[in-house]
Design a protein around this ligand. Structure first.
Ligand code: NAG
Ligand code: CA
Ligand code: CA
Length: 266
C-alpha cells in the first residue's frame, strides 16, 4: 500500500508537468482536440480501474502521427434524389417583335343572313298581301259583272244606271276616277252595247265635235279612229255635237244637253 502511495506522489508531480505540456499541445492542436483530451482525462479520473492495473490513471501521450490513407472505399449507392416542388411561375417577359405577316387565309363563308332573312320575310308578307288583294279584286270583279259590267281586254264598261247630260256624265265618271265610255274597236263597241241594253236603248259616248263641226274627237283631243255611224249620221241636225250608241251598236249625233244613260269605262 505504501509503495503504491509513493509512486502516486511521484506521478502526481509528473502529472502536473505533463498536464502543462498537454495544455500546450492542446493549444497547438486546437480547441476541439483539447476538449477531447480533457474528456479522456476525465474518463481516467473516474473509478474504472482495477485494483492491480492502476491505482492512479496514467498520463495520456501525445497524439500519434496521422495514419496512412486507407484503401479507397467502394462506391456508395446512388442516393435517391428527391425532386423539389415546382417554384411559382416567373414574371411575364417583354413582348416579342412582330412576326412576319402570314399568307392570305381562305375565303370565309357567306356572311350574316339576317338581311336576307328580313327581305325574305317582307317578300312573304307581300305575297300574302297580294294574295289577299287578288282575292278582293276577284270578288269585286264578280260584283261588277253581276251588276252588268263587261270587260274587254284591259277595259271594263260599267253602267251608272243614271241618265244625264253629256257634261254631267263626264263629271260622274271622273268622280269615280273613270271616264265616259269611248269604244276604240268593234269588240269594245259590241261589249258597250251589251252593257247599255241591260239598262237603256241609248248611251252617251265620250266623243264630240263641239270644237270643230264635223271633226269628232275624244275628250283628250285625239281624233276618233274607229267609228260605227248609223246610216245618215252624223247629220248635225239641230246642232248635234255629241254622240250616242243605239241597240244595233250604231252611232248617232245628238244634242249634248239631252239625257241618256251614262256608262263609264275603267
Ligand atoms: C240603230 O241605228 C241604225 C241606223 O240608223 C238603225 O238601222 C237601227 O234600226 C237602230 N237600232 C235600233 C234598235 O234602234
Ligand atoms: Ca255637230
Ligand atoms: Ca244626228
Amino acid at each position: 500500500m505504501f509503495r503504491i502511495r509513493q509512486h502516486s506522489t511521484v506521478t502526481t508531480s509528473l502529472e502536473s508537468a505533463m498536464h502543462l505540456l498537454r495544455l500546450y499541445a492542446a493549444l497547438l492542436l486546437g480547441t476541439s482536440l483539447s476538449l477531447a483530451a480533457v474528456s479522456e482525462t476525465s474518463r481516467f479520473d473516474s473509478n474504472t480501474c482495477t485494483v492491480v492495473a492502476c491505482s492512479t490513471p496514467g498520463l495520456n501521450g501525445f497524439p500519434g502521427r496521422d495514419g496512412k490513407d486507407g484503401t479507397k472505399g467502394e462506391k456508395g449507392d446512388p442516393g435517391v434524389a428527391v425532386r423539389g416542388q415546382q417554384g411559382p411561375p416567373g414574371k411575364v417577359g417583354p413582348p416579342g417583335p412582330h412576326g412576319i405577316q402570314g399568307p392570305t387565309g381562305q375565303k370565309g363563308q357567306k356572311g350574316d343572313t339576317t338581311a336576307v332573312d328580313t327581305i325574305q320575310r317582307k317578300v312573304t308578307a307581300l305575297e300574302n298581301t297580294i294574295q289577299t288583294l287578288q282575292a278582293d279584286l276577284s270578288k269585286n270583279k264578280k260584283i261588277l259583272m253581276l251588276q252588268g259590267a263587261i270587260s274587254v281586254g284591259q277595259k271594263t264598261f260599267v253602267s251608272t244606271g243614271k241618265h244625264d247630260t253629256f257634261a254631267n256624265g263626264k263629271t260622274l265618271c271622273a268622280s269615280a276616277g273613270a271616264a265616259l265610255a269611248s269604244p276604240r274597236n268593234v269588240a269594245e263597241n259590241t261589249a258597250l252595247t251589251e252593257v247599255m241594253k241591260r239598262k237603256s236603248e241609248h248611251a252617251f259616248l265620250d266623243i264630240n265635235d263641239r270644237q270643230t263641226e264635223g271633226k269628232f274627237v275624244y275628250s283628250n283631243g285625239e281624233t276618233v279612229g274607229y267609228t260605227n255611224w248609223a246610216g245618215g249620221e252624223p247629220n248635225n241636225d239641230n246642232n248635234e255635237d255629241c254622240v250616242i250608241l243605239n241597240e244595233s251598236s250604231r252611232w248617232i249625233d245628238v244634242p249634248c244637253h239631252y239625257k241618256y244613260l251614262i256608262i263609264c269605262e275603267i
